[in-house]
Design a protein around this ligand. Sequence first.
Ligand SMILES: Nc1ncnc2c1ncn2[C@@H]1O[C@H](COP(=O)(O)OP(=O)(O)OP(=O)(O)O)[C@@H](O)[C@H]1O
Length: 243
Amino acid sequence: MSLFRLDGLTKRFGGLVAVDDLSFEVDRGEIVGLIGPNGSGKSTVFNCTMGRYKVSDGSIHFDGSEITDYRTHEVVENGLSRVSQESNPITEMPVAANIKLFTLPNSVLAFRGGATDEEIYQYAARIDLEDKLEEMPDELPHADIRRLEIAKALATEPEMLLLDEPFAGMNQQEINDLVDKFEELREEGITMIVVDHNMGGLMKLADRIVVIHNGSKIAEGSPEEIAENEAVKRAYLGSTEAM
Ligand SMILES: Nc1ncnc2c1ncn2[C@@H]1O[C@H](COP(=O)(O)OP(=O)(O)OP(=O)(O)O)[C@@H](O)[C@H]1O
């Protein structure tokens, strides 16, 4: 049985259909790339999954339960976490405190006051950020700021990560290092959906790629199959982006 499943997911904004009857599954331990030209609906899929947008139609299942229209904290408690496109660290707090915030219980009445220093060290170490724990976010280079966003997501102990443009703004070495880290996270048991425009990074990383265009799935297959797919080439030709 798959870990994650979209069945006929549809999201309308007034007359605009941003996601149109989209279905795909992700197996436990898989890394699936979700690609498509600008405005094709990728972020909307993540926003619906994380309970940020109310779904217009269809359903979302995770780990045997239907999670459609769960509130964001309920989705996270079920084991799904998202790394958004934007980095939003709290600049007045060092890296360690930024990670700790994501381990604090929702209820102010809870006894446990978030992760210990050792646990925070371990979350940071999973993404090579353990040497930066005392630094302030605005002292960090771009790649480390992005790693901090991943460490925050890891601090929620997810079974599955939704990664929105993790390679954006990174140089080739940084992309290669991040691909290696994601492979390690997968070996530790984390399943992933990765949205990115960097096909090089995705070709190395993804087991399977789902391509959407105008909110609908137009292709699904191995990275090699997708690179040769005529419908995919046409969709990207019609946009201003190169695939
Ligand atoms: N909150 C919203 N209100 C109205 N329209 C929206 C909203 N969010 C997204 N859209 C529209 O839905 C469509 C899909 O947008 P979405 O951001 O999901 O695409 P995307 O594939 O993630 O694009 P990009 O690659 O540029 O990030 C676009 O036409 C966008 O303008």
